[in-house]
Unconditional design. Structure first.
Length: 294
């Protein structure tokens, strides 16, 4: 089965203070997304689609895409306001992109087979791609897939993170609650809403969808645009919230099989040295070759 890896790399990086998606963190100057691409290709993915800001396209093509273009199909899409419906008027002070649902839709012309979403600034580990390749053939217009992580394996020592806290039963996602301000504190894990079980399973935006789901996503996003008020200039349409709403409506089911891998990433500028050290360890252990994408 042909499957696409959809790399979400168009965020503003406001907490990092720049374009963290194209920050060099590997021992040979790799971007963090290169590790996800390496692991996906090893698991059998045959296509990579990048969702980018326009000013990133040349850098990602030169430093990542050109390395793999002779091995797999590579596509580039830009998330900007030109992909919004013609009837929608953009608020004058709006700066932020419209979120991860819009990001997926910005690439819909390239998504002609089942696809998996990953954040460009997260390290997922190889296991999740192998798990997802087992689940993707079961996806269709009413069924998606996800690989949740254990919460304690996904927190940052440098500031709060947002995670979709999942309720999973019998290998199915029952609900997902997008929760912000999650930090380790005094041996516990707390959020803006109080303490959370460190063994909780959480979404890391590692979703698997059939291309048949795109029309439903498009309807959901247009409904979102109709609902938000002009003054809500930071409102975003996010994949976990969309999935939860579809689950609540009874129009969707989501297969779920957890990964035991430990996340790390570059949410904050202070995360970068930690990420560089973790990647160096992985190279030293033989998990990755000297040149990740050759």
């Amino acid at each position: 089965m042909k499957a696409s890896l959809l790399v979400l790399a168009a965020g503003l990086g406001s907490r990092f203070g720049g374009d963290k998606q194209i920050s060099h963190v590997g021992p040979n100057g790799e971007f963090l997304m290169e590790y996800s691409i390496h692991d996906a290709l090893k698991a059998g993915f045959e296509k990579v689609v990048f969702i980018l800001k326009s000013e990133m396209v040349e850098a990602v093509k030169r430093e990542v895409g050109d390395k793999i273009s002779d091995k797999v199909e590579v596509c580039y899409a830009v998330q900007d306001y030109s992909t919004l419906p013609d009837w929608y008027s953009i608020p004058e002070k709006r700066v932020k992109p419209f979120g991860t649902v819009h990001a997926v839709l910005a690439a819909k012309e390239f998504l002609t087979e089942p696809f998996v979403t990953v954040n460009a600034d997260d390290y997922y580990g190889a296991e999740c791609f192998e798990i997802m390749m087992r689940m993707l053939p079961k996806t269709n217009s009413g069924c998606a897939a996800m690989v949740p992580y254990i919460l304690k394996n996904t927190v940052s020592e440098n500031g709060g993170v947002t995670r979709g806290v999942c309720n999973i039963s019998g290998g199915r996602l029952m609900s997902v609650n997008e929760t912000g301000g999650i930090i380790p504190k005094d041996g516990k894990i707390v959020s803006e809403n109080g303490e959370i079980d460190p063994e909780s399973q959480v979404s890391m935006n590692f979703w698997g969808f059939s291309h048949e789901t795109l029309p439903a996503m498009e309807r959901y996003f247009e409904d979102f645009l109709r609902r938000i008020k002009p003054e809500e200039i930071k409102a975003e349409c996010l994949l976990p919230i969309m999935v939860n709403d579809m689950l609540a409506a009874g129009s969707f089911e989501v297969l779920a099989e957890p990964s035991s891998d430990r996340w790390f990433g570059i949410t904050y500028k202070e995360d970068k040295p930690d990420t560089e050290r973790e990647l160096l360890k992985l190279h030293a252990s033989g998990a990755y070759p000297a040149k990740v994408l050759g």
